[in-house]
Write a protein that binds this ligand. Structure first.
Ligand SMILES: NC(=O)c1ccc[n+]([C@@H]2O[C@H](COP(=O)([O-])OP(=O)(O)OC[C@H]3O[C@@H](n4cnc5c(N)ncnc54)[C@H](OP(=O)(O)O)[C@@H]3O)[C@@H](O)[C@H]2O)c1
Length: 326
């Protein structure tokens, strides 16, 4: 996506208010307590979702959000708050185990994400890699069996959608050539933290494409999308010149949080054609992927980081490969 097409989207395209009826459905939103995830929850409740599960790292913040959602939509008893810390694979596993007991699970919005410039390790890897990439894909793996059995039972179509970002176009990933890219990128001495958020979203896009290549759309629809640049708390911890630039861009071009929330909802409407695809302005638009993602080198990088990720995940869940194809 070029700067011009980014500006066109931001200034001239407003994704429509979703109208699909989610009646009877249960949907998980990670990081649903604020930002665009919160607004997606509000839309889903208005669109008759039977249950919206807010998967949050601070339960109190989740309960406050649930209260606000109940007040503004008039829907009570439809929101479930569950603890989930994406910085911990133990928390991810415990959450996925609890989700095995829900009577129905139709869709998962993998929305929780972080953007900072400080380096720290979480779960053994640089924190963006852990939160935005490794544990996000791990959670998708672990929820596959529950999504499948729910789809069988209710004759429905399961969906997983990953919130990535149009900012992935800013960088390529030369580190894919390293023996263990995730470990290499987790070395503080080498880490370029100004780039890290964008790199994490690029890696996520590559992994989603590879995951979708291993899962049939008739099994679970898997896609990824950019919500565009939206007002939210995402850049609150960025300081200095970068913050000034981001604030100016926000003032001039950002979508409201509510409009951002529409794009999350659009991504989980059952839409088999979206499987393995990237959505921009709520439409399938692989042409908005970076030239790197679409290149032969991007495809090699995709397979390499997939292999590296599976080796990491196997240490956490030995049966992880069997979750992909039952
Ligand atoms: N806003 C944009 O312009 C934009 C553009 C492209 C992509 N995105 C993506 O959209 C997603 C949502 O971001 P947002 O803009 O709504 O930002 P936000 O207001 O900062 O919301 C981020 C959400 O993620 C949660 N979160 C962060 N770390 C977590 C962790 N370790 N475990 C569980 N939850 C965690 C936050 O929880 P707490 O409240 O506990 O911190 C919060 O609910 C992110 O993946 C972001 O990268 C946003």
């Amino acid at each position: 996506m070029s700067v011009l097409s980014f500006l066109h989207s931001q200034l001239f395209v407003t994704p429509p208010v979703p109208t699909y009826d989610f009646g009877g459905q249960t949907i998980i939103i990670t990081g649903g307590n604020r930002g665009i995830g919160f607004e997606a929850a509000r839309h889903l409740l208005k669109l008759n979702a039977k249950r919206v599960i807010l998967a949050v790292r601070a339960v109190q913040r989740g309960q406050d959000a649930a209260e606000e959602l109940e007040k503004s939509t008039g829907r009570s008893g439809s929101i479930q708050v569950e603890e989930l810390d994406m910085a911990s694979h133990e928390s991810v596993k415990a959450f996925a185990t609890r989700m095995e007991k829900v009577d129905r699970l139709d869709a998962v919005l993998l929305n929780a994400g972080m953007y900072i410039h400080e380096f720290y390790l979480a779960d053994g890897y640089e924190s963006h890699l852990t939160v935005n990439v490794i544990n996000t894909v791990f959670l998708a793996f672990l929820l596959l069996p529950t999504l499948r059995s729910s789809a069988d039972k209710h004759r429905s179509q399961s969906r997983i959608s990953f919130v990535s970002s149009d900012r992935h176009v800013m960088f390529s990933l030369p580190e894919w050539k390293e023996e263990k890219p995730f470990e290499f990128l987790s070395d503080e001495k080498r880490a370029k933290m100004q780039e890290r958020y964008m790199i994490s979203k690029l890696m996520l896009i590559l992994l989603v494409r590879e995951m979708a290549a291993h899962v049939k759309d008739s099994d679970v629809i898997i896609n990824t999308f950019t919500p565009g640049y939206c007002e939210s708390g995402l850049i609150d911890d960025i300081k200095g010149v970068a913050r000034v630039v981001l604030d100016l861009a926000k003032k001039a071009t950002a979508r409201t949080t509510e409009v951002g929330g529409r794009t999350l909802v659009a991504a989980i409407v059952p839409w088999p054609e979206s499987h393995g695809k990237y959505l921009n302005d709520s439409l399938i638009d692989d042409s908005a992927l970076s030239p790197f993602v679409r290149s032969e080198e991007g495809s090699q990088a995709q397979q390499k980081i997939w292999k590296d990720l599976l080796e990491i995940l196997e240490q956490r869940e030995p049966a992880v490969r069997s979750l992909i194809s039952p």
